[in-house]
Design a protein around this ligand. Structure first.
Ligand SMILES: Nc1ncnc2c1ncn2[C@@H]1O[C@H](COP(=O)(O)OP(=O)(O)OP(=O)(O)O)[C@@H](O)[C@H]1O
Length: 439
């Protein structure tokens, strides 16, 4: 496999701006923008062709960007862009790693074509299973997005798997999820939400319950495997798997677990030599696995803990109210007895009397524990499980989420916000530590 590469060295930043203006981009250059926090920004393509993270911008049409969105408008052949509104920052860069990224896409495309050509052979009919790894803020989600959009543009239907429970892009935080990508991803609306497969972990870091996290990753992989076995098109299109930025210690173990569980065949390592050489070493006996180092883009914006927390809140808000406040969630009041709430993990595994002398009862990380309704549930986000039976809850995907807005202990009533009116698809709910303060 041959992958090219270039250095990253952005041109001088021009800082934030508020005027209507035109920006001329030379071929293979990009305009990097951070939309302002409190005023609108719109942008349109005047001449040439350009794309935002792999999705072509339609000529002449104004695109409206939500506050704080960070993105780049890249052109392969040259373009003129018009911007209207204010930005925190915007500047052009003439050195990007885009050539090396598109080279990766070309290799993946070849593999998809080979897989398509032999649909009945179970070994060769599998398209590339790409996993993108690297430290926090190395551009993993962005690269995943580009690879998916370029593939979709060519008619493939790759599956996007997002294992990043902190800053995932398929649904709310605290979940591992997958969805087929049938069209290039909309630069403003993001990943389409028609039919994602979502498993709720309920925490924003896997360290809250490593075993539970692994169980969910396995369940997701198992479900996708079943879907692939009956769908040659999805199988040939393959997967792009986005991961967390936790790459040390247990985080590294979880990366290896994900590589194994999804049978990844291409590992793209962004911006870290050490991780790349560790992975090459540990996978050297697997000739069908390629470990490829790629440059991190100079445009990737670092986000501190506060910014990440805000982004999580924003994702939850977006789930209930829509990206442009275009959805109307419903507030419902039900009796405590109408819902069965569970958490995963905790509680002694076996009574002390059943253990060998001297052994301490350990908490079972994957035990289903019924939760009695109290004011502790206030402001928590709960998942509605598809499971019909209790013992299926841990291995079931979820239908959606509710947000607890009031607990009336006296009347034994719980008030919650749900994305739509009517009864919940199931009474079995899962709770973790995912909170949200609506503002
Ligand atoms: N070339 C670019 N120009 C401008 N902004 C960019 C560029 N590439 C990425 N970004 C922005 O930088 C931020 C971080 O990128 P991204 O989310 O891809 O990183 P990550 O490695 O997935 O992060 P995490 O630490 O959450 O795993 C995002 O807001 C993204 O839109």
């Amino acid at each position: 496999m041959a992958y090219g590469g270039t250095n990253v060295n952005p041109l001088a930043a021009t800082g934030g701006s508020t005027t209507v203006r035109q920006v001329k981009l030379e071929k293979e250059c990009e305009l990097r923008v951070e939309a302002s926090a409190d005023s609108p920004l719109r942008l349109r393509l005047l001449t040439g062709t350009a794309e935002i993270f792999g999705t072509e911008i339609p000529p002449g049409i104004w695109l409206n960007f939500p506050p704080r969105l960070k993105f780049a408008v890249f052109t392969w052949y040259g373009a003129t862009i018009e911007m209207d509104g204010s930005t925190e920052t915007d500047y052009t860069a003439d050195e990007t790693p885009m050539i090396s990224y598109i080279n990766v896409h070309a290799v993946l495309d070849g593999r998809r074509n080979r897989a398509k050509a032999s649909p009945s052979d179970s070994d060769t009919s599998q398209g590339p299973r790409v996993i993108v790894v690297g430290p926090t803020d190395s551009g993993k989600s962005t690269l995943s997005r580009m690879l998916l959009s370029w593939a979709a543009k060519q008619g493939w239907k790759p599956t996007f798997v997002d294992l990043d429970i902190g800053q995932g892009s398929i649904t709310i935080p605290g979940c591992v999820a997958a969805t087929p990508i049938e069209l290039p991803i909309d630069p403003v609306e993001g990943i389409p939400l028609e039919m994602p497969m979502v498993y709720f972990f309920g925490h924003v870091t896997p360290s809250a319950n490593i075993d539970h996290y692994k169980v969910l990753v396995k369940e997701l992989a198992r479900t996708l495997e079943t879907q692939f076995s009956g769908n040659a098109e999805s199988r040939a299109s393959g997967m792009v798997i986005n991961t967390m930025g936790w790459i040390e210690g247990v985080g590294y173990e979880l990366l290896l677990h994900a590589i194994d569980t999804f049978n990844a065949t291409v590992i793209l390592v962004l911006g870290q030599e050490k991780l790349c050489s560790m992975l090459k070493d540990v996978l050297k006996n697997r000739p069908n696995v390629d470990v490829v180092k790629l440059q991190k883009s100079g445009g990737v914006v670092s986000r501190n803990a506060k910014v990440r927390q805000k982004a999580r809140s924003y994702r939850i808000r977006e789930y209930f109210y829509g990206p442009s406040n275009d959805l109307s969630p419903h507030s419902n009041v039900v009796n405590f007895s109408d819902l069965f709430i569970y958490r995963i993990g905790g509680g002694p595994q076996a009574p002390r009397s059943a253990l060998p002398i001297g052994a301490e009862p350990a908490a079972d990380p994957t035990r289903l524990v019924p939760v009695s309704i109290s004011r502790d549930l206030l402001h928590l986000v709960l998942a509605v499980s598809y499971a019909k039976e209790q013992d299926q809850i841990i291995s079931s995907n979820v239908a959606g989420f509710i947000y607890v807005t009031d607990i009336d202990l006296h009347r034994k009533k719980i008030t919650y916000l749900a994305p739509c009116a009517g009864e919940l698809p199931s009474k079995n709910l899962i709770v973790g530590t995912l909170t949200w303060i609506e503002n």
